[in-house]
Structure formats: C-alpha cells, structure tokens
Design a protein around this ligand. Structure first.
Ligand SMILES: CC(C)(COP(=O)(O)OP(=O)(O)OC[C@H]1O[C@@H](n2cnc3c(N)ncnc32)[C@H](O)[C@@H]1OP(=O)(O)O)[C@@H](O)C(=O)NCCC(=O)NCCSC(=O)C[C@H](O)C(=O)O
Ligand code: MG
Length: 278
C-alpha cells in the first residue's frame, strides 16, 4: 500500500465521517484526540464505531488515533477499538518505548507513533518497537513544545524532521510528514509536500480533502522520474553485459546502488498505478 496521503477525520463530525468513505487518500486517520473536544469524546467514539461498521467503505488503510493512555479517554478508546474494523492504532505524543509498550499490551493492531514532543524526537529508540508500522510527525504539538516561531519554509523544524526520519529509516518503518495548517494556500501546501518528499518522507498527513491531490502527486514518482529510472536500469544492464559496473546516463554515473533506487521508484509507480486503476 502507498502512504502518500493520510487524512485526519474528526470522529465527532458525522459529515466528515460520511465524506471520508469516498476520498482518494491512501489512508484515513480517524481522530479521537485533538480534533475532538473533551465534551464530545464519548459521542465521537460511538459515531466512529458506527462508521467503521458500515459496509461498502472505500479501500485503503484505516487508522484510529486514540487519546493518550494517561488521559481520561485512552483506556475506553482502546477497549472500543478491539471490536472495530481498522488497520492500526495511532498513539499520540509518544515520548519513548514505554508509551508504545503500554498500548501494545492492550491491542494486537499495528502501532503508529506520533512524534510531536522534544522527548519523542530525541527518543529515537521508539522506532525499534517490534509492533511499530510507522511514525507520523505532529508538527503542531512539536512547534508548541519547542517554543519555535513558525515559518512558511519550516526551517525551525528541519532538525526534528530529519532526525526522526533518520531513526525511522534506520529501523525501516514508514515515515509520514506533519500537516500543513494553511487551508487556502495551495502554493504553501505544494512546497511543504515537495520539501517532505525531498527529505525522504513516504507521505504527508492532511487536515482537509482539498489537500489530498497535492500529496498524492508529490509522493508518487513523476513521469520524468519513471523515465529516468527505466533508462538507468537499461543502461546499467548494458554495461554489466560487457563486464563493467558503471554506466553514464544524462551525464551522471549509474552504479548498482542507483539501480536499486530506480527499481524502488518503478515499484512505487506500479503500486500507485494499481491503486488508481482498481
Ligand atoms: C478545518 C476544518 C474544520 C474545516 O472544515 P469545514 O469548514 O467543514 O471545511 P469545508 O467546508 O471546506 O469542507 C468541505 C467538505 O469537506 C468535508 N471535510 C472537511 N474536512 C474534512 C476532513 N478532515 N475529513 C473528511 N471530510 C472533511 C466537509 O465536511 C465538507 O463536506 P461537504 O459538506 O460534503 O461539502 C476541517 O477540515 C477539519 O476538521 N479538519 C481536520 C482537523 C483535524 O483533524 N485536526 C487534528 C489533526 S491535525 C494535528 O493536530 C496533527 C498533530 O497532532 C499535530 O500536533 O500536528
Ligand atoms: Mg498533536
């Protein structure tokens, strides 16, 4: 499954729950945490249970973000989730392995860790948790915890984004970038998506359906990237047949490691293409 676009859907909002059934994002994150006011937590849990039980929902990954176990709602969220048809649990504000162990003891579902505190960023060992499927950057909470001043280019977040990405890659778990808060600024959204892709993230978390197309485009290989990948593989195969290990394509060297990347590009393009034609 690709993870280019992951949309938060407030579980308290019936219209959003309904709309989410047909949206072209790769994953939904049904949110019981920060998008839901304390007074609406119980209702949100009930609405989400009913929505997940409905037949005919879209394909794609369905994740549920629970409230922290230390909060008044976390235990009840996990108890309810046991009966739900979903693909994983998003654990908010993970500071270290103990936070994931506590959830892992209460559910058998794959875990996703929100990295959104200074301690979470520094606690890279979190990515070593055996049940961890991926990490999701929580850039709003992180900005608050760091006391940074937000900038459109996200410069104050670069170290945290790249540090967490390093930890995720070292443990081969998926890494998802944080949300773009700007609802009506396609240029900023596009720039954030490209930046996240350049850094190496697998996809971006989103807050509004209008953001899905930009993330799907940015985190899929472009036609030019696919073409270059094919030419690199062909050129390398040709030199290998002559007993050599280095080809040159468009004035740049191509070695076995570049061929590995090229094959990964083609595989992602194939998976994305399959999803779009099915
Ligand atoms: C921001 C919003 C409150 C805006 O909602 P609304 O005013 O309804 O917007 P629109 O009228 O433009 O909506 C158009 C239609 O799309 C549906 N819609 C809107 N948002 C969603 C959604 N997220 N999922 C599904 N459907 C959605 C509307 O219902 C309209 O439908 P229709 O009636 O058919 O036209 C709203 O977008 C929203 O609540 N977004 C999610 C906010 C959220 O989840 N926040 C928490 C996660 S972000 C975060 O904090 C990450 C991390 O923890 C961190 O710290 O960074
Ligand atoms: Mg958060």
């Amino acid at each position: 499954m690709p993870f280019r676009s992951l949309l938060y859907v407030p579980a308290s909002n019936p219209r959003a729950l309904e709309k989410a059934r047909d949206l072209p994002c790769d994953a939904l994150i049904f949110d019981l945490e920060d998008a839901v006011a304390p007074a609406a937590k119980e209702t949100a849990r009930e609405r989400l249970g009913a929505a997940l039980a409905q037949a005919g929902s879209r394909g794609g990954t369905r994740l549920v973000r629970i409230n922290a176990l230390g909060s008044p709602w976390g235990e009840a969220d996990l108890a309810a989730l046991a009966a739900w048809d979903c693909d994983g649990v998003v654990v908010p504000k993970v500071d270290g392995l103990a936070d994931l162990d506590a959830v892992a003891a209460r559910t058998t579902r794959p875990l996703w860790a929100m990295i959104e505190t200074a301690r979470g960023v520094l606690g890279a060992e979190t990515c070593a948790h055996p049940r961890l499927a991926g990490i999701i950057m929580g850039t709003n909470d992180l900005a608050r915890d760091l006391g940074l001043r937000a900038r459109p280019d996200r410069m104050p977040l670069w170290a945290a984004l790249q540090g967490t990405l390093l930890a995720a890659r070292a443990r081969q778990v998926l890494a998802i970038d944080g949300v773009c808060n700007a609802l009506d600024d396609p240029a900023r959204l596009g720039a954030e998506c490209e930046q996240g892709r350049d850094m190496g993230f697998d996809g971006k978390s989103l807050i509004h359906p209008a953001q899905i197309a930009a993330a799907n485009a940015a985190f899929a290989p472009s036609a030019e990237e696919v073409d270059l990948a094919r030419r690199r593989i062909a050129a390398h195969e040709a030199v290998m047949a002559q007993g050599q290990g280095v080809a040159v394509v468009d004035g740049e060297i191509v070695e076995a490691l570049h061929v590995q990347s090229a094959r990964a590009t083609l595989e992602l393009a194939r998976i994305v293409g399959e999803g779009e034609t099915s």
